[in-house]
Design a protein around this ligand. Structure first.
Ligand SMILES: *[C@@H]1O[C@H](CO)[C@@H](O)[C@H](O)[C@H]1NC(C)=O
Ligand SMILES: *[C@@H]1O[C@H](CO)[C@@H](O)[C@H](O)[C@H]1NC(C)=O
Ligand SMILES: *[C@@H]1O[C@H](CO)[C@@H](O)[C@H](O)[C@H]1NC(C)=O
Ligand SMILES: *[C@@H]1O[C@H](CO)[C@@H](O)[C@H](O)[C@H]1NC(C)=O
Length: 412
């Protein structure tokens, strides 16, 4: 997209023939508009535009005094428990999505926990630096700020949310207390249809709902068709903070100074045209011994199917040799997937440590970036099937909590 020096101010040798001049003018105009477009989309997001206009979506509550609130509690999925025993990101997201859907259904602003618990089993370091895998140091532990994972302004364009941090939250609490009975109702085990239709609930400024102490997503288990407002599974993954999105996505920062362009390549750009596999091992490979001392597993073929020799056989039908293959995995053994390198150009998050190191503080953030990469793959192979259209490494059903079977390692 170089701009011809003759047009940008180089010395002209006499008038150009009309046709060439016209062509040059058009080329220049196109180049300029493309540049404007690029720099606009880069630097001015929708929310920036709103900020520029003097308000942000998060101020919704202040601008519209009539908005009402829905509160589910201070922690997702671990009421009263220590953060260390909380569920992984996927479970917590199912739960958060359930609460967000209820807020959509009730047309209320969801008051979200300001922190997300980081489960210790899902937060060992060593993914970005495979050479240090054996030392298993941990990332920051306990919890992380919700807005270090999600872009709340972006989320608020679909479901308005605020955090239960002191600034906004205390204001709402004090407003609801002043209102007395119309201010806040505490409910437990009331259906969302009831919450919407019974004026005793629907008129309250704040519905304080005690969600299932086991897991918030239990509240979505047996909702009726009519009352459910489905947010797609991809909703929360795509709501990653701008910092995380920018690391993953094709994104160009253009510095325009004296006809000089600087491109900062991001992960998808470096990967080019690529495929991806998500190989869940560690946490899912839990075996236990039955009373005869025989190993049993909930996913008897998983250990076998997530080994490189079996992966190679399985994905051959979907992914051509020579392709770039991005591998997201919680497997920590250095070089575990190397046998695949005779057929594919392998890439991991660790190949991008110069991009990721400065911004990643825990595995949840890292996984959010990896999910964006996996979403952008031409062919994506999951560990186990979740939906009909999925392709997967292992045919064992993902949801199995009871049927412990003998692990299978042979080519059955
Ligand atoms: C591995 O750990 C050591 C000691 O903690 C550290 O000095 C070194 O920089 C680490 N290597 C990498 C690649 O991060
Ligand atoms: C609302 O609450 C009042 C007082 O508690 C009660 O008498 C009334 O039946 C309730 N209305 C509904 C629709 O449940
Ligand atoms: C919400 O309800 C629970 C249980 O009734 C109570 O412990 C908590 O203090 C309430 N929170 C607010 C903000 O009203
Ligand atoms: C990623 O790093 C591994 C070594 O850890 C190397 O073998 C591989 O070629 C790298 N991939 C890319 C795409 O640079």
């Amino acid at each position: 997209m170089a701009i011809h020096p003759r047009i940008t101010g180089g010395r002209r040798q006499g008038p150009l023939p009309l046709k060439r001049a016209l062509l040059a003018a058009i080329t220049f105009a196109v180049a300029v508009s493309v540049l404007c477009l690029l720099s606009l989309t880069d630097t001015l997001s929708f929310t920036d535009t709103l900020t520029f206009l003097g308000f942000t979506p998060r101020d919704v509550d202040k601008r519209e005094g009539n908005r009402k609130y829905l509160y589910w509690g201070t922690r997702i999925d671990c009421p009263g428990k220590h953060c260390g025993s909380c569920a992984g990101l996927g479970h917590q997201e199912s739960s958060l999505r359930c609460a967000l859907e209820e807020a959509l259904f009730l047309d209320r602003i969801l008051v979200m926990p300001s922190k997300m618990c980081l489960s210790s089993v899902h937060n060992t370091k060593g993914i970005l630096h495979s050479s240090n895998a054996t030392s298993k140091p941990r990332w920051e532990t306990g919890s992380c700020a919700m807005d270090s994972l999600y872009d709340l302004d972006l989320m608020s364009r679909t479901v308005p949310v605020i955090l239960d941090n002191p600034r906004s939250w205390y204001e709402i609490i004090s407003r609801s207390t002043k209102l007395g009975e119309a201010g806040v109702v505490d409910v437990q085990g009331v259906s969302r249809v009831e919450l919407k239709e019974n004026p005793n609930y629907s008129s309250a400024l704040l519905i304080n709902r005690t969600a299932s102490p086991l897991a918030w997503f239990m509240e979505c288990k047996d909702r009726t068709k009519r009352s459910s407002v489905m947010l797609p599974y991809t909703f929360l993954p795509t709501m990653a903070t701008k910092k995380l999105r920018d690391a993953a996505n094709k994104h160009r920062s253009i510095l325009f100074s004296a006809s000089k362009f600087l491109y900062f390549l991001q992960m998808k750009e470096i990967l080019g045209d690529y495929d991806a596999i998500h190989v869940r091992r560690g946490d899912l490979l839990k075996n236990r011994k039955d009373r005869f001392g025989v190993e049993r597993s909930l996913h008897p073929h998983l250990d076998r199917d997530t080994r490189p020799e079996f992966i190679k056989k399985r994905i051959a039908r979907w992914i051509q040799p020579g392709r770039t293959l991005f591998i997201a995995s919680n497997e920590r053994t250095p070089g575990f997937f190397s046998p695949l390198s005779d057929r594919y150009r392998l890439a991991y998050s660790s190949n991008f440590s110069s991009i990721l190191d400065p911004i990643i503080e825990n595995n949840y953030q890292l996984f959010m970036v990896e999910r964006l990469i996996m979403q952008g793959a031409r062919t994506f192979v999951k560990t186990m099937k979740e939906f009909d259209k999925d392709i997967a490494l292992c045919d064992n059903p993902k949801k199995n909590t009871k049927d412990w079977q003998k692990p299978v390692y042979t080519d059955d």
